[in-house]
Write a protein that binds this ligand. Structure first.
Ligand code: AVJ
Length: 322
């Protein structure tokens, strides 16, 4: 029997349990907040896919071009046999790495990890078709929990692309990077993609597009609460807000109640009131400076080997070794 293509470390029941605890915590806090990982049910992943194609949303296409330019070099330096990708989503840009590592002749296994089982299973199926010789093994989990069950038996590179590292606050980031360093052996690498601090006039529209796709993506977390926890949010009564916090250097997405309302989260036996204009934080997306990334990486036990930025210095790809 062949190994299953998808390994579920986070079952549907566990996911509901985790959402229950996050929702209870975040909806009873002041100010209210929800963690960004709950955007990504099937519809949320689909909406994120649409975001990546918006004219205002530069990160995906910028990172793709950086990968295109650097993949051969990354393959040579890493000579990875196992590519682990955290928060792989559709694995769309990863093909560039898979191509380069295949051409280099070292790659044996690809282990994409994501919270979205729908996005992951279709990515796994497609990549299996495109790379017939490759052992592809998807893991459904939270990326912060994945490191304990990392595959072994070959030289590994962990890719964490897209700027998803920016969803973590600095303390969480430090802890996360240190635990990545801890699971890697000397000579293995982390490939990190991160958005850079740029002009808010470019940054903010990337998180508040004219077509309103990001607004719909943001409100999708309310649909997730309705579906999974039997809540009665009326998403259209919440306005999408994206603000640049210049001190923290992060974009904050919020949902603002357009009027006073009461929401029931039946599964939690919880009644939540919103005042008119009340804002609930749904995501932070931190942006970085190259020196800052290097500092954080070295504090975690990594050494930066090489980095790439685009001509407008909007995005960085950093290869760090243990
Ligand atoms: C998938 C977390 C990298 O922060 O840019 C896109 C998510 N949020 N538009 C990001 C997102 C709003 C995205 N990441």
């Amino acid at each position: 029997m062949t190994a299953p293509a998808l390994e579920i470390h986070l079952s549907d029941d566990q996911m509901t349990e985790a959402l229950r605890s996050d929702a209870r915590l975040g909806l009873t806090a002041s100010p209210k907040w929800l963690p960004p990982k709950w955007f990504y049910d099937a519809r949320g992943s689909e909406l994120f896919g649409q975001i990546t194609e918006l004219p205002e949303y530069y990160p995906t296409r910028t990172e793709r071009e950086l990968l295109r330019a650097s993949a051969a070099e990354i393959a040579k330096v890493s000579a990875a046999q196992i590519l682990v990708e955290l928060g792989s989503g559709s694995s769309e840009k990863t093909r560039l790495l898979l191509d380069a590592l295949t051409a280099h002749g070292t790659l044996e296994q690809y282990v994409p990890q994501d919270v979205s089982s729908t996005a992951l299973s279709s990515a796994v199926e497609q990549i299996k078709l495109e790379f017939p010789g490759l052992d592809v093994h998807g893991v459904v989990s939270d990326f912060t929990d994945t490191l304990h069950n990392l595959p072994g038996g070959g030289r590994r590179m962990i890719a964490f692309l897209g700027g998803t590292i920016g969803n973590l606050v600095p303390d969480e980031r430090a802890e996360f990077l240190a635990s990545v360093a801890e699971v890697l052996e000397p000579g293995e690498q982390l490939l990190l993609g991160g958005g850079l601090v740029i002009d808010p006039a470019v940054l903010v529209p990337a998180y508040d597009d004219a077509a309103g796709v990001t607004a719909e993506f943001n409100r999708n977390v309310l649909h997730v609460l309705n579906n999974r926890l039997d809540a009665d949010f009326e998403p259209e009564r919440f306005r999408h807000v994206a603000v640049w916090d210049a001190d923290q250097e992060w974009i904050e997405m919020r949902l603002e109640a357009t009027e006073a309302m009461t929401v029931h989260v039946r599964d939690l036996d919880l009644t939540v009131s919103f005042a008119e204009g009340e804002q609930m934080r749904t995501e932070i997306s931190a942006k970085f400076r190259l020196e800052g990334i290097a500092k954080e990486l070295s504090a975690a036990g990594f050494e930066v080997e090489q980095s790439w930025t685009d001509a407008d210095e909007r995005f960085a790809l950093v290869l760090a070794g243990r």
